[in-house]
Design a protein around this ligand. Structure first.
Ligand SMILES: [Zn+2]
Length: 440
């Protein structure tokens, strides 16, 4: 088929798809078999309350009703989940599904060189299939994948999941992160520096920044990711402002990796949508973030997460002490951000293999770190649902169990509104777009 004829055929097919259901029942009407989910509780994430004797009714890929003790429509399939809590599918705002570092290799630099030098984008997309399925089975039904995916491997995985070739979470992807010289690589010699372009879109000036944003959208990006700083290599305020302007003009968001005073201030001043990590961040930046409704994505973990597992006993004590110095500062800054009214969205930034845990199980450990910082279970649940849905630009379709939303629904054992460990343990039941992915 020639390109023109194919386009014509696709246009007719698209018109037919649009016309048929709209004419018959209106665009919002659900069709298909009805499934009723029952559980002891569900979380109303907007109100921040728990509803007892919960019932959620699903038809096709949508939620049609939710509440307490709703009547079961005739002919519906009923799934009774017992002493469990229904929640909207979790949203991880900061993933790297096409990257899985080995702790044995030691450190990010050697892992990054080996990954980029030895794995094709195709191989990494296949790795992403596994990581994505593991996320989904833990209850993470949507991810915002923010770079380190090779040359557009993230686009390939997103599209494969959408097309139903493989099972995985909904994905929003950034393609290669924009960065200053060298990306996040350690020092590379001569020809080896060509590896940088496989992983990052290096910018040097305002025109470059503008060109890189347009290239990312051409490559299939849903959003733009910027590495604002890596050591002394820092994207300038003028570059950052241009990036935000280019993305905003076409209604897309910008996620900024930024740590420390200088980089977080550049990101906040430019008006990005979220600042990732920000392990250290001054009060004036948090104030700007609260005023501009810029999300903080705290990619934090409990102390044990940072152990390699093969430390000798005396090494372990010393290492835990060093880790605690870092994590206590992170806890303090998260508590400060919450106090100052900065919106928080859950993001795991998990990209290391964790023996004995799936990618999803490992990613959910971040929720425990949020609790250590003093966030309440309900605040944490909101960070991983309604807040993250807003950040990823799907607040009208995801993040709550309201009628009309896409039926991304999970159930966890016990009551996470009383103890967040019930959520961090992962989902027992997972539904994505009305399709059951996992049952107890
Ligand atoms: Zn990251």
């Amino acid at each position: 088929m020639t390109l023109q004829r194919r386009r014509f055929a696709l246009a007719i097919a698209a018109a037919a798809v649009l016309a048929a259901p709209a004419a018959a029942q209106g665009p919002a009407a659900a069709t298909g078999p009805v499934t009723v989910l029952r559980a002891a509780r569900m979380v109303d994430v907007k109100q921040g309350t728990v509803v007892r004797e919960a019932v959620v009714i699903v038809q096709g890929d949508r939620i049609t009703a939710s509440g307490s003790r709703l009547a079961v429509p005739p002919g519906a399939r009923v799934i009774d989940l017992g002493d469990a809590t229904l929640l909207p599918g979790l949203i991880d705002s900061h993933t790297h599904l096409l990257q899985n570092y080995s702790r044995e290799i030691g450190g990010g630099d050697p892992n990054m060189v080996l990954t980029v030098a030895t794995m094709s984008a195709a191989a990494r997309a296949l790795l992403g299939v596994k990581m994505g399925r593991e996320d989904l089975e833990a209850g993470i039904t949507t991810v915002r994948d923010v770079g380190n995916a090779g040359y557009n491997g993230d686009v390939a995985l997103r599209d494969a999941i959408r097309a139903g070739w493989v099972v995985g979470p909904r994905m929003l992807v950034s393609t290669r992160a924009l960065s200053a010289a060298g990306g996040q690589f350690g020092r590379l010699q001569g020809d080896a520096q060509k590896l940088v372009d496989q992983e990052y879109a290096v910018i040097g000036g305002v025109d470059d920044a503008r060109r890189a944003v347009r290239q990312a959208f051409y490559d299939g990006a849903d959003l733009i990711k910027v590495i604002v700083n890596t050591g002394p290599r820092v994207v300038s305020l003028a570059e950052m402002t241009t990036i935000v302007e280019e993305a905003r003009r076409v209604n897309r968001t910008v996620a900024a990796h930024a740590i420390g005073d200088v980089a977080t201030r550049i990101a906040a001043t430019a008006g990005v949508s979220s600042i990732e990590h920000a392990y250290t961040v001054p009060d004036d930046v948090l104030k700007t973030m609260a005023e501009k409704h810029i999300f903080l994505v705290p990619t934090d973990y409990p102390d044990e997460f940072y152990l390699s597992g093969d430390e000798k006993p005396d090494e372990r004590a010393q290492r835990l002490k060093n880790i605690a110095a870092f994590t206590s500062r992170s806890r303090e800054r998260l508590a400060r951000a919450v106090r100052m009214g900065v919106p928080i969205a859950f993001g795991s930034d998990e990209y290391y293999d964790f023996p004995g845990r799936t990618r999803g199980q490992s990613s959910l450990q971040a929720l425990l770190a949020y609790a250590e910082a003093g966030m309440t279970p309900m605040q944490i649940i909101q960070a991983a649902t309604v807040n993250a849905a807003e950040l990823v630009g799907m607040g009208d379709r995801l993040g709550t169990l309201e009628p009309g939303r896409l039926a991304d629904i999970i159930a966890v054992r016990g009551d996470p509104s009383g103890d967040i460990r019930a959520l961090a343990a992962g989902a027992a039941f997972v539904m994505k777009g009305g399709a059951i992915v996992k049952t107890p």
